[in-house]
Structures are given as structure tokens and as C-alpha cells.
Design a protein around this ligand. Structure first.
Ligand code: AMP
Ligand code: MG
Length: 268
């Protein structure tokens, strides 16, 4: 499928979210076609994960960010459904605990970064410290301002130590967020998902979009790229995320380690 590359944020290029259509669906004829492509990607991911685990050279870090109801949980549930839990770890970052607040903001992140051979999935991440923290002045401006450079330095360290980093911004429209929040209010199986804070945060939509734009503009690098994923259509979002992961893992050309034994040994 052509066109996905355009959502990779080129280092140094300013992101303007208003210019990216959240309802874009690429060249797919319909959602069935995309679902079939997703199914194939899930199978490929499973095989690639097996190699990643066997080779134990690289780790893969997948960062998921987006507004409330943008589909971070759904992406994990659907796109990662073929992964072997043995070498995969999901970490959700909530409001920092008092202990976490007593450390630098990257402390809680670095300690759960994936090890060689593993896939780590972050549901929210260190970026919250230049997003919610910035929008609500949770620390002085001078403090969060410095964090863009600190994040770049941190991700450079990970990348230099064989962590492959992919960062996804699930881009939904304000209207789509409203639909999803309303559904959470009316559907009894979704009630639990909705928090008063979701309605409060919605009022800060513009401030969040600007914070995301700056974070992605300043922290999309060759080794730790950001991708803006059109996410109004869940089926497209799922396929797009899976496609980036598969293409990235395939580009590593991972091989199974050389056998320790010759294969000619006799079993008793
Ligand atoms: P949810 O992802 O819906 O479970 O919500 C988690 C909440 O924790 C969100 O409102 C985040 O903005 C918030 N959160 C995550 N990280 C931080 C942080 N570093 N500082 C403040 N709030 C955060
Ligand atoms: Mg929430």
C-alpha cells in the first residue's frame, strides 16, 4: 500500500495536525479488505517476533499516544493479538505516584523499557510529561521546556543500544471523539471507560493539539520516528499501525542464531 510513508514525521519538519485528515483510509476499497490485510500482518508480526526473541539482539518499543478515546487500548487489543505474551510487555502510564514524582520523569520509563528480544508496548509514555503536564502547568514552563532535549537524549541512548523505537499518534477528529465518548456514556459495557476528566480534557483540545505538534516536531528523529496515524476509522488505524511495525521489523533482516550443535549429534 502506497502513502503510509507520508505519515512518518520527517526530522525537523513542523507537524500541522489540521492538515492531516483523521478520516483518511488510503487505497482500501472497504473495511473488509483492510481487515484481511491486518490479519496477514498479524501473522507476519508473530513470525517476526519469534525471530526477534531468538536473535536477542534488538528490542522493539512501541509508543501509543493520542487524545482520550483515540483508540490506544483498542489498538493493543486488536493489533497485538497475535503476539506471544512470553516476550511481550504492555505498560500503561497513569498519573505518577508520589515515589515516581520524587524521581526524574524518565525514571519510571527507563526501568520498564523492553530488553533485547522483547517487544514493549507503552500505553501513554514519557511524552505525557510534555503533554498533560504542559497543558495544565503541572510543572513550571522552564522545566517542561527542557524535556524535549532530554527525551531526545534518552531515546538516542535506547536506539544506540539496539532498541527500535516506533511512536504512534492516533489522530482523531474532535467530532469522532465526541461520538466515542457519547457511546461510552450510553453503552453499559463501555460506561466504565469514561471518566469526568475526559470531558474536562476535551475543553483543552486545541492546547493538546499544539502540545502534540511540538512534541512530534521536536522529537521525531531517524532512529525514533513519530507517525501520525489517521484514526477516525478503527479498521484503518489498526492496519496502518500493523503495517509500520511489520515493515520496520522486516527491514532488520533478522536471522536465527547459529546453531550451537552441528545437528549430527546422536540422541541416546
Ligand atoms: P487512562 O490512559 O485513560 O487510563 O488515563 C491515564 C491518565 O493519566 C491520563 O489522564 C493521563 O494524562 C494521566 N497521566 C499519565 N502520565 C502522566 C504524567 N506524567 N503526569 C500527569 N498525568 C499523567
Ligand atoms: Mg482515559
Amino acid at each position: 500500500m502506497k502513502g503510509l510513508k507520508q505519515f512518518r514525521v520527517k526530522p525537523g519538519r513542523a507537524v500541522r495536525l489540521a492538515e492531516i485528515d483523521p478520516a483518511w483510509t488510503g487505497g482500501f476499497k472497504d473495511k473488509d479488505e483492510a481487515r484481511e490485510a491486518l490479519r496477514r500482518n498479524i501473522e507476519r508480526m508473530s513470525k517476526l517476533q519469534y525471530r526477534l526473541y531468538a536473535q536477542k539482539k534488538y528490542a522493539l518499543l512501541i509508543v501509543l499516544q493520542g487524545m482520550d478515546a483515540s483508540g490506544k487500548d483498542g489498538t493493543i487489543r486488536q493489533v497485538m493479538s497475535g503476539l506471544n505474551p512470553q516476550s511481550c510487555c504492555v505498560k500503561a502510564f497513569k498519573e505518577p505516584t508520589p515515589e515516581e514524582l520524587d524521581h526524574d520523569f524518565l525514571w519510571r520509563i527507563h526501568r520498564v523499557a523492553p530488553a533485547r528480544g522483547e517487544i514493549g508496548i507503552f500505553n501513554r509514555s514519557h511524552y505525557e510529561d510534555v503533554l498533560v503536564v504542559r497543558v495544565h502547568d503541572l510543572v513550571p514552563r522552564a522545566v517542561w521546556r527542557r524535556r524535549y532535549d532530554q527525551i531526545q537524549a534518552f531515546e538516542r541512548i535506547l536506539a544506540a543500544n539496539d532498541v527500535i523505537i516506533l511512536k504512534f499518534f492516533l489522530h482523531i477528529s474532535r467530532a469522532e471523539q465526541r461520538r466515542r465518548l457519547e457511546e461510552r456514556l450510553t453503552d453499559p459495557s463501555k460506561n466504565w471507560k469514561v471518566a469526568p476528566s475526559d470531558f474536562k480534557e476535551r475543553k483543552f483540545w486545541g492546547a493538546y493539539q499544539r502540545a502534540y505538534e511540538e512534541a512530534m516536531t521536536r522529537c521525531s528523529t531517524r532512529r525514533a520516528p513519530w507517525f501520525v496515524i489517521p484514526a477516525d476509522h478503527k479498521w484503518f488505524r489498526n492496519w496502518a499501525v500493523s503495517q509500520v511495525i511489520v515493515e520496520t521489523l522486516e527491514s532488520l533482516r533478522m536471522k536465527f542464531p547459529k546453531p550451537v550443535l552441528t545437528g549430527r549429534e546422536k540422541l541416546e
